[in-house]
Design a protein around this ligand. Structure first.
Ligand SMILES: Nc1nc2c(ncn2[C@@H]2O[C@H](COP(=O)(O)OP(=O)(O)OP(=O)(O)O)[C@@H](O)[C@H]2O)c(=O)[nH]1
Ligand SMILES: [Mg+2]
Length: 395
């Protein structure tokens, strides 16, 4: 019986069943009708009665058990992200970038009339606006001009597909000569240095990576070589405690190279597999910063001639093109072996990964997708491109 029928009916029953409908939770055109039992207090027409409806949450949980497809999506939002697999985490980490991409894409496509010069100009502008970098945008547009398939494409969907396929291909092909793997010493400890300007996420990344490698069965040691910033050592010590890994520290303003030296000694003496070195993001000036890094490297190499295997540059994705400038600065003065692009979850500028790879020829090895210890992933160009552009094709 519907609610209206119920009111018309002069019921003398104690309770009556009514169907309630929550328009907001319609799924696939099917209204989620739910039957609730209503207690009749005053079965007099026109008189107000209280109907306690089940909350929307209850309705959704119950509906989940009824339909299989809903079960999957609902469970994702309810259970903590721990159960998310890697691609879901990447997908949700890239939400902001994807949203901007699809907005730009939709407005670009909305303006589409025919594949002419204006079309290519608009495409170039759209790509630049999406932070893929001018060089990449021009290269891509040029290649598309010659693309026969594009000229033969008959409708918006086909055109969209040709372009997006090209973008995915660009990500994939850039990675072909790129060594995005992490390198480890054949014997003895591997030293991994984290460098980058202040606030980009070096210390947090060490926290995440030390948990990652500890879980993989490696013995990890940390060295708190940022003796410059007050609180930096404590921050790393906190990560060490959280992950149950030892942290080698020095006094405030102590020579960072001496902390590195102690770290290397500890790693050797305790037969650790990996020593992560946390460095300062800011010294008196950039020259000092680079000199300090060079000194740390010398100290490491003196003890372990093949180390450091990795000098990872952390870049904050939210800074967009600025990150590319920072990378150039570091690349010129340090032997950076790879990039960690942090805070992708906090930005719509995820497209920045293209110019970093395209213009700097440095492999992106990891992506940071949040502040939690598990919010880090090895960078996979294919997965990244699919996550970024896949939705454009289905819209
Ligand atoms: N949302 C988000 N926040 C992050 C990520 N990585 C780091 N952060 C946050 O960024 C801030 C700075 O991180 P730190 O690890 O202290 O940065 P740092 O490079 O060590 O900074 P300095 O020691 O000052 O040079 C902290 O609030 C982190 O929680 C990430 O992937 N996503
Ligand atoms: Mg730090």
């Amino acid at each position: 019986m519907g609610l209206f029928d119920f009111f018309k009916k002069k019921s003398v029953e104690e309770t009556v069943e009514v169907e309630v409908l929550y328009p907001s939770s319609w799924e696939n055109g099917v209204p989620p009708i739910k039957v609730v039992t209503v207690e009749v207090l005053q079965p007099t027409p026109g008189q107000a009665i209280d109907i306690v409806l089940p909350s929307r949450d209850t309705l959704e949980t119950e509906t989940e058990t009824e339909t299989e497809t809903e079960t999957e999506t609902e469970t994702e939002t309810e259970t903590e992200t721990e159960t998310e697999d890697a691609s879901q985490k990447l997908d949700s980490g890239l939400t902001k970038t994807k949203k901007t991409w699809s907005e730009r894409w939709n407005s670009f496509m909305a303006n589409f009339r025919s594949v002419d010069e204006d079309f290519f100009d608009d495409l170039e502008e759209t790509l630049i606006g999406a932070d893929v970098g001018a060089q990449t945008a021009i290269q891509l547009t040029e290649e598309l001009r010659d693309e026969v398939k594009l000229k033969n494409a008959k409708n918006k969907q086909e055109i969209s597909k040709v372009i997006v396929d090209k973008l995915v291909e660009l990500y994939r092909s850039q990675g072909i000569d790129e060594d995005a793997s992490m390198h480890f010493a054949e014997q003895g400890p591997t030293v991994i240095l984290l460098v980058g300007v202040n606030g980009v996420g070096k210390t947090t990344t060490i926290g995440k990576l030390s948990a990652y490698y500890k879980n993989a069965g490696k013995k990890v040691v940390l060295a708190a070589a940022d003796t410059f910033r007050a609180g930096a050592t404590e921050q790393l010590v906190a990560w060490g405690e959280r992950n149950d890994v030892p942290v080698v520290t020095g006094a405030a303003k102590a020579d960072p190279a001496s902390v590195v030296f102690d770290g290397v000694k500890t790693a050797i003496d305790t037969e650790a597999d990996i020593l992560f070195v946390d460095t300062a993001g800011r010294l008196q000036n950039n020259v000092n910063l680079m000199q300090e890094l060079a000194k740390m490297k010398r100290v490491i190499t003196r003890e372990l001639p093949n180390e450091p295997q990795e000098v990872l540059l952390a870049l904050d994705a939210t800074t967009g093109q600025n990150a590319v400038q920072q990378a150039k600065l570091f690349k010129d003065s340090t032997d950076v072996t790879g990039i960690i692009l942090t805070k992708l979850d906090g930005t719509a500028k995820g497209g920045i990964i293209l110019p970093i790879r395209n213009e700097l020829h440095l492999p992106v090895k990891w992506v940071g997708l949040g502040e939690k210890v598990t919010d880090i992933q090895p960078f996979e160009a294919n997965d990244f491109a699919k996550s970024l552009f896949g939705s454009l094709l289905t819209e």
